[in-house]
Design a protein around this ligand. Structure first.
Ligand SMILES: [Zn+2]
Length: 397
């Protein structure tokens, strides 16, 4: 019973390992590209200097050499920064692998070490939830107080929040477009049209500002490049030129809709999570849903409030019940009798008691009610009052 199912526990930890590895992969690739670009430029300057060595002035040659030295120095500085970032990500991956490896050393779920491990996991899950929801400083406090720096993806979520703010509040695409440029090949691999949507938005904003000439130039430069996959939408975008921003015509009204900015932010979040192998839902929701699915019964989804159990989290429609909305009903071999008053199970320690009017409540609830009400109990359904002695223990066979 107290055996730990390591495999099942590891099944939900994939993002925990993959996020820093993905970031590391990206950092290495970007520094490699930067180095290739700069060294290529330097070698072409050297080749042209050699070619003109006979004719060039000494001053020109010195100037070109100084330029090359400056460029290589800048490259060195950039690579040093990337090297530090790479070392941090390697360290982070190592710490996470060690954390997960610890699971294999536990022999029982009652071990205090295992409980400590679970406590850390709960902290990680809460940090993930808070970072996703924008509660960054609270998350940081939890990270700092428990030394969980290596277990939190703060930098990734800070980037997500910054870009989302630019889109939703500032209505600016610049930072998202820069991110797209830095991740172009990865975006191509997943067939993402995010960059097209951003370009389209910038184009729409030019039309909204009645800047028609500039909008046409912009479309030629940035939308036509997508003609292979987005032709019908480009055609519609071009037709938009003929409509004012307050048009009632449905497809064009939708293009002018300010809500598109929120949609762009959502799409960006979806894409960046996909590239980092992060699930769209917080891990906290997934874990809670696992527990809730075991509790969900037909009574939980009944329209009759009287059937709901006040101690059942699935019955709390405004909170945990929302998370359980799409979950299937759990399979119960045995029925549980639950007291309507206390929400406690009725069993041999807390037997069901039948009131003279036929309604049944738990012994504990009636006993407590009688103790506070001079030996009388009141039926919550009919408001009838009876003496406790009139209630009979119920036997179900
Ligand atoms: Zn319920």
């Amino acid at each position: 019973m107290d055996k730990i199912n390591v495999e099942q526990m590891l099944a939900i930890e994939e993002p925990f390992m993959k996020v820093p590895l993905e970031q590391l992969k990206r950092a290495v690739r970007q520094s490699q590209k930067q180095a290739e670009r700069d060294t290529k430029d330097v070698s072409s300057t050297v080749s042209s200097l050699i070619k003109r060595s006979g004719s060039a002035e000494a001053g020109d040659i010195n100037g070109a050499l100084d330029g090359m030295i400056d460029r290589l120095k800048t490259l060195k500085r950039k690579l040093e920064v990337v090297k530090q970032e790479e070392a941090l990500l390697i360290q982070r991956s190592k710490q996470r692998a060690m954390q997960l490896n610890e699971l294999s050393t536990f022999t029982s779920s009652t071990q205090p070490e295992f409980e400590r491990w679970c406590r850390t996991r709960l902290d990680r899950v809460l940090i993930d939830y808070m970072l996703r929801s924008g509660h960054t400083s609270t998350a940081q406090q939890l990270i700092d107080s428990n030394g969980l720096e290596h277990f939190a993806d703060s930098s990734l979520f800070t980037l997500v929040m910054r870009i989302e703010r630019d889109l939703k509040e500032q209505h600016l695409c610049r930072s998202t477009l820069q991110w797209c440029a830095d991740n172009r090949s990865a975006l191509r691999k997943i067939d993402s049209s995010l960059e097209f949507e951003l370009r389209l938005q910038e184009y729409i904003e030019l039309i909204r500002a009645r800047n028609t000439a500039e909008a046409i130039v912009y479309a030629k430069k940035h939308l036509v490049a997508w003609s292979e996959t987005q032709m019908p939408r480009i055609q519609r975008a071009m037709t938009l030129l003929a409509f004012p921003p307050d048009t009632p015509c449905p497809p064009y009204r939708a293009m002018f809709d300010i809500g598109r900015w929120d949609t762009l932010a959502q799409e960006f979040r979806m894409v960046i999570f996909q590239l980092h192998h992060l699930p769209s839902q917080p891990l906290l929701h997934l874990l809670l849903q696992t527990g809730l699915s075991a509790l969900k019964t037909p009574a939980c989804i009944s329209d009759d409030d009287a059937e709901h159990n006040r101690n059942c989290p699935v019955c709390q429609r405004d909170t945990l019940g929302k998370l359980a909305q799409d979950l299937p009903l759990s399979h119960h071999v045995n029925s549980n009798l639950v007291c309507r008053i206390t929400g406690e199970n009725m069993n041999e320690d807390n037997p069901p008691m039948r009131l003279p009017n036929g309604y049944v409540y738990s012994f504990n609830s009636l006993n407590e009610m009688a103790a506070n009400n001079s030996g009388k109990v009141k039926c919550p359904r009919t408001s009838e009052t009876f003496g406790l002695a009139e209630c009979k223990k119920l036997f179900i066979s």
